[in-house]
Design a protein around this ligand. Structure first.
Ligand code: ZN
Length: 104
């Protein structure tokens, strides 16, 4: 589920350079909706997006300050479900009758 509790993830894109210390990708860009104030934002750097050493990242809503740490496993799960990086794109692909390819 893209719903993390405090945020709803729309898009997650990993950074090109992988953190070799981690089994999870470093998060480059996240587009999410804050479920407290319903602000939709993109974050690629602090304070909106803070990568956690070892995997995962913390999201902070710039509008209301809501904050949640999200595990690397959850981001990896999201990217596995939505290989295009986007929930919306995956839905469109499903509507078009094609299964998203994990190689794309
Ligand atoms: Zn908010």
């Amino acid at each position: 589920m893209p719903n993390t509790g405090k945020f709803y993830l729309y898009e997650v894109a990993p950074k090109d350079a992988l953190d070799e210390q981690s089994r999870y990708p470093v998060i480059g860009v996240v587009r999410a909706e804050c479920l407290s104030c319903h602000d939709v934002f993109s974050a690629s750097d602090e304070p909106g997006l803070t990568n956690i050493p070892g995997g995962g990242a913390a999201l902070t809503c710039r509008k209301c300050g809501s904050r949640q740490a999200i595990s690397g496993a959850r981001f990896a799960d999201f990217m596995e479900r939505f290989p295009t990086g986007s929930d919306a794109a995956a839905r469109l692909t499903a509507l078009a009758g094609k299964k998203p390819s994990p190689t794309e």
